[in-house]
Design a protein around this ligand. Sequence first.
Ligand code: ADP
Ligand code: MG
Length: 449
Amino acid sequence: MNSAGVWQECLSIIRNRVPSQTFLTWFEPLKVASLGESDLVLQVPSQFYYEWLDSHYRPMILDSLKQASGRDLKVRYSVVLGEDPGANAPAMLPSGNRPENTYSKATQLNKRYTFENFIEGAGNQFAKAAALSVCDPIGKSAFNPLVIYSGVGLGKTHLLQAVGNHVFAEQPGARIIYTTSEKFTLDFIISIQKNKTTTFSNHFRSVDILLVDDIQFFQKKEQTQEQFFHTFNDLFMRGKQIILTMDKPPSELLGLEERLISRFQSGLIVDIQSPDLETRIAILMRKAEADHLDIPYETTEYIARCIKSNVRDLEGALIRLLAYSSLRKQEITLELARTVVMEILGRKSVKRVSIDEIIRTISHEFNIRETTLAGKGRTRDVARARQLAMYLARELTEASLVSIGLHFAGRDHSTVIHACKRIEDRIANDAAFQSRVEFLRKELSNAIF
Ligand code: ADP
Ligand code: MG
């Protein structure tokens, strides 16, 4: 197979492994520069693009490539800046061993995630200030644990790692662990298999600052939670700083033990809100600058006006714009920006579901009037259908528990939690019910509003 053939094959494998938006943004625009005996060189439009791809998808790319080509190939990247690839000699970057090494193996931290690179705005000011305040000096803060929560792509990981990077720079001797709850779980399981749980606990208990990202993934992993609980207590008692992130306020986390949640609540809890327009513009400008991109201001503002919900999408738009312009050799114009934004928002809007739509669909499915479903009545069938509606609202919308409760005759958020638990139990124990839920979920996700 020639290089194009191998890459096409590899792309079709990747397509099935990542969400379509990810595929379109990161993979479709890639071109093969060359295929050698032992490596494949991919052409990328910027250093940033390369870093992103490499830090997020390297194992997956390598694996797909192995499947496609039948051999172990290394991936290398060539950064092609500007319009004419010939005009700029491409800079070769060996995968996983960058000249400007942005990812530190020792601390597991990405060096790009610093306080300096974090643009401050009304939505994240407090979280940033809180994160900064626990750094100096480490272990002396009154805010322990510090809990940062927000929806996706609003900068939790960035802030958490910024603390790590800051402490590492200021106090090189400090012992820092950054991990995610998923990695913690995995490492714990491995330690059990290898009979090394003591080593595992000692490792975590030896730190000065523990940073754990995405606590929500501890959901339902009782043994790991137990282990984490002891680690937490031990560090806490010895005055070691703990910082955690999660996608909801602790009180709304499902599937986590009560005692863990109450530990989380004993510290300072801060949230990050979606950035306002000025902040979004500033973020885009900063990213463009860091990437040596020359984007007209009106284009920047246009993108910032359209993409509101999160910073990751904002970055995605920039990257996609970049990819279009440099790989397809088009200039960055407002028109091109419009195409990119439509593509990003278009796909999203297909998936957006409102609580009202869920109520409509469930009423129809169970033959109950909408007002009854959303009302106060407590007959068994109605209550069950209502629980399902609440469950789907929680799963398919971004609405908070409180606002879901409000859609159902002003019920309390604990009622919504209870409903979700009941449905989860039923799904676990009743296969027919499970497939019915699956069907409804699909139907709702495909609906366009
Ligand atoms: P989360 O962990 O909340 O899902 P991330 O921390 O991964 O979000 O942020 C997504 C992307 O957006 C990252 O590349 C991050 O650097 C960037 N980002 C988020 N907030 C800001 C900000 N205020 N300033 C600059 N970049 C930001
Ligand atoms: Mg994150």
